[in-house]
Design a protein around this ligand. Structure first.
Ligand SMILES: Cc1cc2nc3c(=O)[nH]c(=O)nc-3n(C[C@H](O)[C@H](O)[C@H](O)COP(=O)(O)O)c2cc1C
Length: 199
């Protein structure tokens, strides 16, 4: 696909056909994510992949709020692969303690004006959203507001690490249509958002 078609073709997909995604397809998407830029080439983002039905079921069970949680119908049409991009600040602190970086004074996490590990995870996520379009899949980035701690314990994520969000992948369901805020709000005009030569 042409790059511009990939960009224009991308939107969040929230309903999926339950056919499994072939492993090679998903690995190509993950490899695109791995190829994102990273501060100091620290490469401190890991990817937790859940693609077994039992693991996906556990994900929903743990993260579904008992009162305000997801509709069961939405869960039944949920992604067949979940990917959690998980940055580890320790990689960045170690990298920025090396001789060519130490002068920046970023060997203490409190001194980072912008947490580059979160930026890098976002860059990886964006690349994977685009790679999904190129692979003919739908993809979704979403947050969870319940059960994160238990989820991370369930899947043996080292203590102190947390995902920047959850990514869902799969074949688009036949009845899938544009949904969410992106289908209800207009894109801001170019001239309002872009400030050339000054604000
Ligand atoms: C940081 C971030 C968090 C988001 N969280 C959610 C979410 O929790 N649930 C959801 O359905 N969509 C979520 N979205 C998707 C946005 O609603 C969506 O990107 C936006 O409405 C534009 O639509 P489009 O991506 O389909 O073009 C999130 C997107 C980003 C970048």
């Amino acid at each position: 696909m042409e790059f511009i078609d990939v960009v224009h073709g991308r939107r969040m997909v929230r309903r999926f056909d339950q056919r499994p995604v072939p492993r090679e397809k998903m690995d190509r998407i993950l490899d695109v994510g791995r190829r994102g830029p990273s501060a100091g080439f620290a490469q401190g983002v890991d990817f937790l992949v859940l693609d077994r039905p039992d693991d996906i079921a556990a994900f929903w069970q743990i993260t579904r709020h008992p009162e305000s949680g997801w509709d069961l119908d939405d869960i039944a049409a949920g992604p067949t692969v979940l990917v959690l991009p998980i940055p580890d600040p320790a990689h960045y602190l170690a990298r920025y303690s090396e001789p060519d970086k130490i002068a920046f004074g970023l060997d203490d996490p409190e001194r980072w004006p912008v947490k580059f590990w979160e930026i890098d995870a976002g860059m990886a996520a964006m690349l994977m959203l685009l790679a999904a379009v190129d692979e003919g899949l739908g993809a979704w980035f979403f947050g969870i507001d319940h059960g994160e701690h238990d989820l991370l314990i369930r899947f043996d994520v080292p203590e102190g690490l947390r995902p920047i969000g959850i990514m869902g992948f799969g074949f688009r369901a036949d009845d899938e249509r544009p949904s969410g805020s992106g289908s209800k709000r207009l894109r801001r005009p170019f001239g309002e958002q872009v400030h050339r030569g000054g604000w």
